[in-house]
Design a protein around this ligand. Structure first.
Ligand code: GDP
Ligand code: IMO
Ligand code: MG
Length: 424
């Protein structure tokens, strides 16, 4: 890592690549971990000492002692869910209040945002996005339409501001003829969450970050979701409502582009997606089912089945380009340990013509072109050094590096912190 620069770690696929695990593994190298976008739609899983944790709004650097964790201005935060998550961590012995800072410019997800999320999905009918239902879209919509409520608003005369926003949302719900809700209980807990949040340092995180950088501290930015869910470059409209790409770190933390150092791009050895939308390499057969079973591919937040398919190098090349990825991290290769054959999509056939770039429309007339490999057929979950990798696996990594023109610097061979191979 370069002094005075911040490194960014982000997902290259449709989310759930294993960002939480790797941020936790990399945290000892950094002084600060900062989230820059998304909210409790994220579910970042970490495992160590036989314990499993799922983080939604709190950065994954929180378990490594003595580090500063920041929730940046680009994040949307639900006070009730935040309180639940933070109290659970405190109960399990992890002190937060001196180590976690929240940007005053982060936007608040109100209970009515979550109802609006449901109402918009219902109105879309069969075209629904399959959101996490956490109110992400409506909260970001209020932000860009200049109607949002921010963390900084909770300090003074909050009740009045809240009531005005709620009233506006209720009128919108009425216009949508959506009456199937009762927020009275949620609202009570939400207001408790507001009081709870006041116990944390509410900061101007852009100044904090620059002061930390100036004093020589090293910073890792933790992305949520993945590049294929980015609101500009993902499979629109089946995307989330924030910029999940590297530029999102500049916006969501107030960092100049010239301050970005390494960009770590994370991918699974295969591909998954949860929710609706196109997925060119999706498998509907027994192989897809095996990946789901062996990889425990069920949503960390919603428990929904994740759709599974082969790795898509066309989409990955696009994601690497958009993000300026300098280092790749490959997760969950152990899930393919028992496979006889492994496939990688190297190009698409679009209406009969082979293309090697990611086109505007991946929903219609796209057929993946695969290259096949013999599986390595070795249990890799206990390997401790890359020299122990089976040859078929080393060859496969070399193939991916050539295809993606970027080095794979970390290989993850199991969910535990220890099951991580750092490559030289
Ligand atoms: P994130 O949202 O990117 O942080 O990823 P999730 O936590 O939603 O999903 C990744 C899942 O895979 C979690 O259940 C992790 O515990 C698990 N996991 C992470 N790395 C590995 C790995 O290398 N092998 C296996 N088998 N599981 C992994
Ligand atoms: P992490 O950070 C996987 C998906 C939802 C839906 C779409 C829009 O754990 O990788 P939203 O609630 O954001 O409006 O939903 O995006 N989605 C995710 N899929 N991992 C996530 O986060 C996701 N966050 C949102 O399933 O398709
Ligand atoms: Mg996840």
């Amino acid at each position: 890592m370069e002094t005075g620069k911040v490194d960014v770690l982000l997902g290259l696929q449709w989310g759930d690549e294993g960002k939480g695990k790797v941020v936790d593994v990399l945290t000892p190298r950094y002084d600060v971990v900062a989230r820059f976008q998304g909210g409790p739609n994220a579910g970042h899983t970490l495992e160590f000492d036989g314990q499993k944790y799922v983080l939604r709004s709190i950065p994954s650097g929180i378990f490594q002692g003595g580090k500063v964790n920041i929730i940046g201005n680009g994040v949307v935060i639900a006070p009730d869910l935040f309180m639940e998550e933070a109290k659970d961590l405190e109960k399990s012995g992890h002190e937060l209040k001196t180590r976690l800072r929240i940007s005053k410019k982060a936007h608040l997800i109100m209970p009515t945002h979550r109802i609006l999320d449901r109402a918009y999905e219902a109105a879309k009918g069969k075209d629904k996005v399959g959101t996490t239902g956490k109110g992400i879209g409506p909260t970001y919509t209020d932000k860009v339409s200049r109607n949002g409520l921010r963390v900084g608003d909770i300090i003074d005369c909050f009740e009045e501001k809240y009531a005005a926003h709620k009233e506006r949302h209720l009128a919108m719900l009425k216009a949508l003829d959506f009456n199937d809700f009762d927020i009275s209980e949620t609202e009570k807990k939400w207001m408790e969450g507001i009081e709870y949040m006041k116990q944390f340092p509410l900061v101007d995180s852009e100044h904090e970050i620059h002061n930390l950088l100036r004093s020589g501290k090293s910073i890792l930015c933790e992305g949520a979701q993945g590049t294929m869910l980015d609101v500009d470059f993902g499979s629109y409209p089946f995307v989330t409502s924030s910029n999940t790409i590297c530029a999102g770190a500049c916006i969501g933390l107030g960092i100049g582009p010239n301050k970005i150092g390494d960009v770590y791009g994370i991918m699974k050895a295969y591909c998954t997606r949860v929710g609706a939308g196109p997925f060119p390499t999706e498998l509907f057969d027994e192989t897809g089912k095996s990946i789901r079973d062996l990889g425990h591919e069920y949503g960390a937040v919603t428990g929904r089945e994740r759709r599974c398919g082969w790795i898509d190098l066309v989409a990955l090349r696009y994601a690497i380009m958009i993000n300026g990825v300098t280092k790749l991290i490959m997760m969950k290769s152990d899930v393919l340990d028992s496979f006889d054959t492994i496939k990688a999509c190297v190009a698409y056939k679009q209406n009969g013509k082979v293309i090697d770039y990611f086109p505007y429309d991946i929903e219609h007339g796209i057929e993946p072109v695969y290259q096949e490999f013999k599986g390595w057929k070795t249990d890799m979950t206990k390997i401790t050094n890359e020299i122990q990798f089976p040859k078929a696996f080393t060859d496969y990594i070399a193939f991916l590096e050539r295809q993606l023109e970027t080095p794979i610097t970390i290989v993850s061979i199991g969910p535990d912190r220890e099951q991580t191979i750092i490559r030289n």
